[in-house]
Structures are given as structure tokens and as C-alpha cells.
Design a protein around this ligand. Structure first.
Ligand code: ARG
Ligand code: ZN
Length: 470
């Protein structure tokens, strides 16, 4: 679903026409005015990510995965509404073999160009019309390696597989409008050999075993950006519980001896409760976390309601900071998502600052002391790289993280603690389940504080020189 934009356009979730003229009935033969939907959603850094001309409301994903062969069979139904008069439209899909495509249950033709699956329905789709697309496909899902970001996508492990990747991963295992601008709800069914665990996002449904295969069901009822979908299949130590009436699912790979990773995971709800006291209500219907082996993954990702952590974070003992970071992303990144990838500091600066707040809360340090240290010791590249316009190369470099956090601390000093924490809460509340831009954050900060903050934000978010110490 497309979230509300800066200009106040509202989402097209319901698919119901807002005026008679905007929604003619679908014509049996596409009129000359019906056009191909764009092959990208309009992200300046990633022009082919996402697609134009429609808005997804939900994905119903059914996959069967056999770790022995690494093959995945998929059957996915996308429910969307047209936002333009479409003759054809695209989904993003990397690799895999498409066996059939149907639009509104009628066979449609498909071609593949690069990472685009181009679909031509037998009838044009008029603006406002709600439609379904069913894609049946199979193959060995892969990964992509970005020179800056590293390996992303589908990881085959000794005992199964998992999916992690930012800014992309979803298109490696299912056809998708692969950009945070088009958030949607998800139902995921995963069929795996009986005895293995299969975890995804959200709340677990009833489980079924038949002829040696078990089907696990998960559903995420809050809008989710596609890169936050995850799968973790294998031998896991799973601890299920509930917290504030919501399910908690914690999984640690059994390839790891029980220890610091398990203990760190067990701190999840206490950390979420602390963050809730600072940022406002926890945004989702479930909690959790999954730890995978570190030879498979070297980072962590804030997958919605179920972050995935590399075991490497727990090699030297319990690590609460990384849990704080990934859980802070549940508010900033997952509930409030970037409208375009260049705004990444809205995710990483906030999650990093949450770590500073946690240290302050635990009386281990103060945000000021951490700021002073980072300010003093950051190298030249952080001052050359504006966190709010880092460029594709530095998307996950130090600037969006450390200088992004410093920018928040500079804001805190400029407006005082009361206004600062009110800004954070209001931001999480106003943009919940949507997408947001840096400009919108600046506007809110000025509104709440009643201060003109141009020079602070200019220096900390957009400048290419080391700002004076606030
Ligand atoms: N958002 C992730 C985090 O919590 C970063 C993932 C970036 N990917 C990478 N290969 N470093 O920090
Ligand atoms: Zn992060």
C-alpha cells in the first residue's frame, strides 16, 4: 500500500474509487489510453526498485522449500489496485522460473526483462480497480552481492536457509513491488521437511504436517516494507511466550551452543518496553528475533517484528546494544519507513541514537559522553558525507549511523529534552505504518519546538564540513 505522501495524497488501500470519473469499469479490450506501468517506483538511488501504476494491499505467499536440493516452489497471490490505466505492469523478481501468471484468475502473458516480470493481463486495468495477480514459479533462489552493502537475499545454510537483505532481498524469493513506498500486509505459508522449523514475520497460525512435510503459517497484519520480510528455515531452539498479550518468538540456530545469543534474545521484551517508554507504543502485534550462524551472515537486520542477527554479535558475550538497535528500528525504519533510500539516516541515525539512550538508561555512559567521543574520533569521511544525502556508496557507511545519531543529539541540545522527546514520540505516532522524508522530520521538529532549526539541520544533515560542537 502506498503511504500518504508529503502533499497529503492518501493511500489507495481500499481500492474504492474516490470519484466516478476516476474509476471507469475495466474494459474488456484495453483502450488506447491504457499504458505500461513504470518499471521503477522512482527511487533516485535505485531506479529499478519497485514499479509504477499500482498499489499492493496484500501478499499471500505459499512456498515449499527443500534444503537438500535448495529448490523453492512458490505460489503467490498479490492483491493490488491500479493507480493508472494499465495495459501491462511489472513485478520485481530475480531469477526463478515463472510457470504461470493469472490476473483476476484469467491467464495472463508474461515476459522477463532483467529483474522485471512484465505482465500483460487479458483486459486493461483502469485506475482504481482492485485486481489479483497469481504467480506460480520455482527454482533455486539466489542472492546478490553489492560491492558496498555485501550479500543480500536468500542464504542457503547447512540445515536450511534464511532471507535477509537491505535494500533488497524480497525479489529473490517472490514476485514483489520491491520498495518501502509500497507497504502491504503479508500471509506467509512455508512448507518444509517435517522436523525443521520455519519462522517468518508476525503472528503464527496453525501448523500442519502431512506426508513428511510441515506447513508453517505466519501473518503480519501491519503494513510492511518488502525488504523486511524474512524466512528462517532450519534447526532452531525456539522459545515461545507472550508479552502484553502479544506472541514472542525467539529462535537461535542449534548450530550454536546455548549461551550469550540466547540470553541476549531473552532481553528482547525488556528492551522493547524501555524503547516504548521513549518512543511510544510498540508498533506491531508480535515480538521476536532470530539468530543465524555468523559464517552465513555478518550483520543484523530489523525484519518486522522478527529481527535477524548474525551470531557474530554474541561471540564475546551478551550484547544488548545490537538488540536495542534492531528493536529501535521497529519504530524507525519498519513502522516509519523511508520514502526513498537516500533518507536512510531516518532509520540508522535513530536506531544508533537509541543505543546511546540505552547506555544512558543503564547508567553505563551518557548520550553526551558518547557524542563527544564519536565527534572527536570520527574520520574525515563522516564529515564529507551528509547523512541525509549519503549517496548510494555510503548508504550503510558511518555517516547515516554515527553522524545521523549526532544530528539527533545536536537537535536535542538545540530544543531541550522536553521538546526533543516529544518530537521523537510525535514522529513515531504521526508516521506510523507509513513512509516519511527528512523534510517532514525537520518540519515536525520546528513545529513542536517552536524554533527555527535550519542551521542545525543544515550543518548536521546536509553539510560537508565538520560542524562546530553544539
Ligand atoms: N539496517 C541494518 C542495521 O540494522 C543494516 C543492514 C545493512 N547491510 C549491510 N550489509 N551492512 O544496521
Ligand atoms: Zn540499523
Amino acid at each position: 500500500a502506498l503511504a500518504a505522501t508529503a502533499t497529503g495524497c492518501t493511500s489507495h488501500d481500499t481500492g474504492s474509487p474516490t470519484s466516478a470519473s476516476s474509476a471507469p469499469a475495466a474494459s474488456p479490450t484495453p483502450s488506447l489510453n491504457f499504458q505500461a506501468g513504470a518499471a521503477g517506483i522512482g527511487d533516485p538511488y535505485y531506479p529499478t526498485y519497485g514499479n509504477g501504476g499500482y498499489d499492493v494491499a496484500s501478499y499471500a505467499i505459499k512456498v515449499k522449500y527443500d534444503p537438500k536440493t535448495n529448490r523453492l516452489n512458490g505460489d503467490v497471490t498479490v492483491t493490488a489496485s491500479a493507480t493508472a490505466d494499465l495495459s501491462t505492469f511489472n513485478l520485481d523478481l530475480r531469477g526463478m522460473t515463472v510457470r504461470s501468471v493469472a490476473v483476476d484468475e484469467k491467464p495472463a502473458t508474461q515476459t522477463r526483462t532483467g529483474n522485471e516480470l512484465v505482465i500483460t493481463p487479458d483486459h486493461g486495468l483502469a485506475t482504481g480497480v482492485k485486481f489479483t495477480v497469481r504467480v506460480v514459479y520455482d527454482g533455486v533462489p539466489g542472492s546478490v552481492t553489492d560491492p558496498e552493502v555485501g550479500k543480500m537475499g536468500f542464504f542457503h545454510t547447512a540445515d536450511g536457509a534464511f532471507v535477509v537483505g537491505e535494500p533488497e532481498s524480497a525479489s529473490l524469493w517472490f514476485p514483489v513491488n520491491d520498495h518501502p513506498q509500497d507497504k502491504a500486509t503479508y500471509d506467509v505459508q512455508i512448507t518444509v521437511p517435517a522436523g525443521l522449523t520455519a519462522i517468518s514475520n508476525g503472528v503464527q497460525g496453525p501448523q500442519q504436517t502431512e506426508a513428511g512435510w510441515t506447513t508453517w503459517k505466519w501473518s503480519e497484519s501491519k503494513p510492511m516494507a518488502s525488504y523486511l520480510t524474512t524466512l528462517a528455515i532450519g534447526d532452531y531452539r525456539v522459545v515461545n511466550s507472550t508479552h502484553k498479550g502479544k506472541p514472542v518468538v525467539l529462535g537461535v540456530t542449534k548450530q550454536l551452543a546455548k549461551g550469550a545469543a540466547d540470553t541476549s534474545m531473552s532481553h528482547t521484551v525488556a528492551i522493547a518496553d524501555y524503547l516504548e517508554s521513549v518512543f511510544g507504543a510498540y508498533p506491531f502485534d508480535s515480538y521476536g528475533g532470530v539468530v543465524v550462524k555468523d559464517d552465513d551472515l555478518h550483520f543484523a537486520l530489523e525484519c518486522q517484528s522478527r529481527p535477524v542477527y548474525s551470531a557474530g554479535f554474541f561471540r564475546r558475550g551478551v550484547n544488548d546494544s545490537v538488540v536495542v538497535h534492531e528493536l529501535a528500528h521497529q519504530w524507525f525504519g519498519d513502522s516509519v519507513s523511508v520514502k526513498t533510500w537516500q533518507d536512510i539516516w531516518l532509520n540508522e541515525g535513530f536506531a544508533s541514537y537509541a543505543e546511546w539512550l540505552w547506555a544512558e538508561h543503564k547508567h553505563e555512559s551518557t548520550a553526551q559522553a558518547i557524542f563527544d567521543n564519536v565527534y572527536k574520533n570520527s574520520d574525515a569521511s563522516i564529515w564529507r558525507t551528509p547523512p541525509a544525502k549519503p549517496g548510494k556508496k555510503e548508504l550503510f557507511g558511518d555517516s547515516p549511523y554515527d553522524r545521523g545519531a549526532m544530528a539527533l543529539h545536536a537537535l536535542r541540545k538545540a530544543v531541550g529534552d522536553k521538546a526533543f522527546f516529544e518530537i521523537l514520540k510525535k514522529w513515531a505516532e504521526q508516521k506510523a505504518d507509513g513512509v516519511a522524508t527528512t523534510d517532514e522530520f525537520v518540519t515536525l521538529a520546528e513545529q513542536v519546538s517552536g524554533k527555527q532549526l535550519d542551521s542545525v539541520f543544515q550543518a548536521w544533515l546536509f553539510g560537508t564540513k565538520k560542524p562546530a560542537k553544539p
